[in-house]
Design a protein around this ligand. Sequence first.
Ligand SMILES: N[C@@H](CCC(=O)N[C@@H](CS)C(=O)NCC(=O)O)C(=O)O
Length: 395
Amino acid sequence: MSGSAAGGKIGLLTALEGINLMNSRFLPISLALLVGLVVGFFLYPIFVTPADVTGDQPTEAITSIEGEPAVSVLPVVQNRSTLDHVREKGFVRCGVSQGLPGFSNPNDSGNWSGIDVDVCRAVAAAIFGDARKAKFTPLSAKERFTALQSGEIDVLTRNTTWSLTRDTALGLDFVGINYYDGQGFMVRKELGIKSVMELDGAVICTNTGTTTELNVADFFRSNGLTYSIVAFEKSDEVVAAYDAGRCDAFTTDMSGLYSERLKLANMNDHMVLPEVISKEPLGPVVRQGDDQWADIVRWSLFAMIEAEELGVTSDNADDMRGSTNPAIRRLLGVEGAFGQNLGIPNTWAYAIVTQVGNYGQSFERGVGVNTPLGIPRGLNQLWKDGGLQYSPPIR
Ligand SMILES: N[C@@H](CCC(=O)N[C@@H](CS)C(=O)NCC(=O)O)C(=O)O
C-alpha cells in the first residue's frame, strides 16, 4: 500500500519536472497564463462589488435539507458586526411574513404590526432608543433562511419554528421563543369530522418550506393513515385553495389557523380539530457567529417578558423608574450598566417597554382574546401563571 502511494508521488514529480514552462512547446501557454493573470487582476474590482450586507461574503456550498430550501451551509463571513452595520444604516431590517394578522401584517398604509413585528421594534428601540427605526422585508417560508444567510435582513422575526436542523445546519442561531405553538388542522364543519384520525385518505392543503409538511408526513405515517398534499409557497394561495374546496383540511401552526381563517369567505363554516400534532416553538433567528448581535436580540425579547413579570408597562414605566425594587431599577437602567454589556445604551429596556410595551401588552394587542384572532395566553402565560414564558434575571 505505502509502496504504491510513494510510487505515485514520484511519478507525479517526474511528470511535473518534465514540464519546463520556458520550453518552446509550452511558451504560448505560459504567455496566455501571464496575460490572463494581469487582465484578471485589473478587472476583478470592476466586476466583483462587495454585497450591501454586513460585509458578508457567502462562502460555500449549497445543500438541501429535507423540508428546507437549498441553502448555504457555512455561516457567512462577517467582516463587520451586525450591530455596526445596523448603526451605519440607521435602522434594523427584519424578515417577516407576507401577511399573517396578529404576527406580522401590513395595513393599507404599509405599517406593520403584530407580535413578531414588536420583537423587531424592540430591537430597534434597544439600539436606537427609537422603535420606529425598523424596516420590514416580507418573506415566504421558503425564502426566509436564505434572506438571513445572505445578509438581506439583520434578523428573522417571522413565526419560525426552532428545530435542531435549522439551528445547526443552516449557519443560523435561534435566540428565544416569543410564541409557543403546535400544529393543528382546520376542516369545514359540514364534513362532520371530530378528529384528525378521521382524515384517512384526505387531501391536505399547506405551505411549502415549513415544518408543517414534515409533521403531516410523520403523523399520517405513524398512525397508518394515507393522505395527499396540495402545497403552495404563498399562504394566500393555500387559503384560496382550501376556501375553494380543493382540499379537505388546512394544516399549519395553531396560531396560523387562528390568523388565516380570518381570510376565509365565511370563517364560521370552519372548525379547528382538537389534536395538536407537534411542538412549534416560534422565535427570532440571527446568523451564527455574531454573538453580540444574538445577545441583543435575545435580551430585547427577555426584557419584554421580564417587564411583564415585574408589572412594568408602557403606561407606568416612567413612574416605575422611581421604584425601590432593585429588579425594576435595573430593568429600566436606573441602576447598573446592563446595556453597556450588550454594547447599547443603558436605557435599552426602558425604550423597549415605553415604546413597544411588555410581552403581555404586545400579546394582547396582537393576538389576544380581544383581537379578531382571540387567542388565550395558554402556554404563553408567564411561568408564574402556569405558562412557559420566562426571562433569566437581568442583573
Ligand atoms: N412555523 C412553521 C410554519 C411557518 C409558516 O410559514 N406558516 C405559514 C402558514 S401560517 C405562514 O407563515 N404564512 C404567512 C405568510 O407566508 O405570509 C415553520 O417555521 O416552518
